[in-house]
Design a protein around this ligand. Structure first.
Ligand code: FEO
Ligand code: CA
Ligand code: CA
Length: 684
């Protein structure tokens, strides 16, 4: 992609998008442009219960910144300057740091607080095996990429073994950006070869780690016992009620049981039984779509001759015009589960957890022993979901218990959230001004889409509810949310935190107390309290944060904490917790909203500091902060830096992250690209 190409991208004028036009194009297919895919009038359940839905017609089964902000806060690269209300923060035993100043969006640096230092653990193209070469921009091959760390790292966990000196890094790779991976070409054979490289750059990396002692930086191990690459060609097993049904059968898999690859993997979570979950998010961009059915349109898929990523050049699975593969798209959009301890294990896709643009899934064990997973569907005006397992968790560390726990997400019930506010509608003005009772808050219900594993939606079978989950949720009065991203229960309290990243299309006519800001630029965080037990169907909720830059936006809210003492924050995306139960938020989209690079922020949830947002780190220009992991007891923080310098090209990079060495390419005189990387931060 050239600069001219970028200027021609649909989102180049940033009319409604939250990101750079390049991210909009590759990551989500310009999801903010064009008609909304949730056009449901979404009536209450009792209104539709008697309505006869034409199932076949419904599912199409006939076919087999406010950037003008002053940048006075500019810091020299890498330097940390005390931010508004800066000062040591952190509960006893927690991570102590002085908040950094927000970093202007032109700065190509990774910034940490005074007293901390950083280094990458692993970068795009680093080999996991000695049989694989290091990244060579001029001679990259699909075979090399399939053994190297993939592109655009997102969900991350760093799981230390008992000794603390060995461990494993688990990371997924959401999408690729052809324009900054390789120079432009129109050569057909080269384009085919690149499509194969791009397939291999997706999926997961599992990498063995070593270090000298606690609190010291990790290094990754080539040929480590647990090292593994999962790509767009690795075989997954489908589990749950939709497995083996007609909706997921293809010419290659007549049984509907085995799917090659995982795509668009965004956020995720590590389960209490040690596996890793990840959400298949923007799967629509991977297919050349044929028919224009309601089921497809609801996922924002429209007929097209080719896909964003061009896999169909070399693999007919991605061309839904091919009669054998019309159902291939139904095999993506799931929660996947991998076992990082066993590199020979078959990863799985869980149909019981529903199919939508899964941001991620995070599990907590309920009082009754069942596993409860919270999940966001990241599209404008889509929904918040919860899955409750049928079986119960066995905490024993035995092979029998492990087998049982590995089956928990294959069987259970799926619910969607309906919110109700407790303030008069007239007091929800769209400006973000608090209603008279002082809170955006209320109650809510988890409305079942299945019960005892079977559909409760009139006119839809169980497999239809699970494969076309958005259509099912439309019929029960689910609340249209401002793009639900990561949703995570706090292990200390069981309260659930929902990141709603933004929603430019929220209007005065569609605001509600849970989504109370018109044209919601900066997003918000909802704190949800399960009032009938973690696996129950009733909850209370209140808005914890209305994000933004309080210096220029009066309609921000930080749980009542003084606004002049917080760091500006916009577009919350991933959330995590430290050992004290403080919330950590990483952002994606702040540059185009408030003019600062994305970052990682800490927010205490209890006591007098509740709502005090403090910025811990900033990623380099054009990057998103992903997968935060907070090991506060040893003074360490880990993030995945996704799409650094994404608006540059191979010839004209805008970022040199993470090596900051402009290495000239001897053959072309061009300069090497920035490399998405996992970064560790530790106390110096
Ligand atoms: Fe991949 Fe919803 O962010
Ligand atoms: Ca209220
Ligand atoms: Ca995300």
């Amino acid at each position: 992609m050239t600069i001219t190409d970028i200027q021609l991208l649909p989102m180049a004028d940033h009319v409604r998008g939250k990101r750079s036009p390049v991210t909009c194009h590759f990551k989500c297919g310009n999801a903010c442009l064009g008609p909304e895919c949730n056009t449901s009038s979404n009536p209450a359940f009792r209104e539709i219960a008697s309505a006869a839905l034409s199932r076949r017609a419904l599912l199409g089964l006939g076919a087999a910144g406010a950037v003008g902000i002053a940048l006075a806060a500019a810091t020299p690269t890498g330097a940390a300057v005390a931010a508004p209300g800066g000062g040591a923060s952190g509960a006893p035993g927690g991570l102590l740091f002085d908040a950094i100043s927000p970093v202007p969006k032109i700065v190509d640096d990774f910034t940490v607080p005074a007293g901390y230092t950083w280094a990458p653990i692993i970068r795009w193209g680093d080999p996991l095996f000695s049989s694989v070469p290091a990244l060579d921009f001029d001679n990259q091959t699909p075979e090399a990429q399939a053994g190297q760390f993939g592109y655009n790292c997102d969900y991350l966990d760093i799981i230390a073994d008992r000794s603390g000196r060995t461990g494993v890094l688990v990371n997924n790779h959401e999408y690729v950006n052809p324009g900054i991976m390789f120079p432009p070409t129109s050569d057909t054979a080269e384009l085919d070869r690149r499509a194969a490289i791009f397939k291999a750059a997706h999926g997961f990396s599992v990498v063995e780690l070593r270090r000298s002692k606690l609190g010291r930086p990790w290094r990754y191990l080539v040929d480590g016992r647990r090292n593994r690459r999962i790509t767009a060609d690795t075989v997954f097993e489908l589990t749950g009620p939709a497995a083996g049904t007609d909706l997921v059968k293809t010419a290659e898999d007549g049984e509907g049981r085995w799917v090659k690859g995982t795509l668009g993997n965004c956020a995720g979570g590590t389960t209490p039984w040690g596996t890793v979950l990840s959400g298949e998010e923007n799967f629509d961009g991977y297919f050349a779509w044929a028919a224009d059915t309601a089921g497809q349109k609801r996922y924002r898929a429209t007929p097209s001759a080719k896909s964003t990523y061009t896999f169909e050049r070399i693999d007919p699975r991605f061309d839904a015009h091919d009669a054998g593969f019309v159902n291939e798209p139904n095999r993506f959009g799931w929660i996947v589960e991998i076992d990082p301890e066993d590199p020979s294990s078959t990863p799985r896709k869980h149909t019981a957890m529903g199919r939508f643009k899964h941001e991620g899934a995070n599990v907590i064990i309920a009082e009754d022993g069942r596993a409860v997973a919270y999940m966001g569907d990241d599209q404008t005006n889509d929904y918040l979901y919860k899955f409750v397992s049928k079986g119960t968790y066995d905490p024993k560390n035995t092979p029998v218990a492990r087998r049982k726990n590995l089956g928990l997400l294959s069987e259970g019930d799926l619910y969607v959230a309906k919110f109700a506010g407790n303030s008069p509608a007239a007091e929800i003005t769209g400006t973000g001004a608090l209603p008279a009772d002082g809170l955006f808050d209320g109650t809510g219900q988890w409305i079942p889409l299945t019960q005892d594993g079977e559909s409760v939606i009139p006119g839809m079978t169980t497999q239809e509810v699970l494969v076309f989950t958005r259509l099912a949720a439309d019929t029960v009065g689910a609340t249209k949310m401002d793009r639900p991203e990561d949703v995570q229960p706090n292990p200390k309290t069981g309260k659930v935190y929902v990141a709603l990243t933004n929603n430019s299309s929220r209007t005065l006519a569609t605001i509600d107390e849970a989504n109370p800001v018109t044209g919601n630029r900066n997003g918000h965080i909802i704190e949800l309290t399960e009032t009938a037990g973690q696996s129950g169907t009733a909850f209370g909720w209140s808005i914890l944060l209305l994000c933004g830059n309080p210096a220029v936006d009066q309609n921000t809210y930080f749980a009542g904490f003084p606004k002049e003492l917080v760091s500006p924050i916009s577009c919350p995306d991933n959330v995590a917790f430290d050992s004290e139960g403080n919330l950590w938020i990483s952002t994606d989209g702040a540059p185009s909203k408030i003019g600062f690079n994305d970052g990682l922020f800490k927010v205490p949830l209890e006591g007098p500091e509740r709502g005090r947002v403090q910025q811990f780190l900033s990623v380099p220009r054009e990057a998103e902060t992903c997968g935060p992991v907070i090991h506060d007891k040893e003074g360490m923080v880990f993030v995945a830096v996704q799409h650094p310098g994404e608006e540059g090209t191979v010839g004209a990079p805008t970022s040199y992250f993470p090596d900051y060495v402009p290495s000239h390419r001897p053959d072309t005189g061009l300069v090497a690209a920035p490399r998405p990387s996992v970064v560790q931060v530790w106390r110096a």
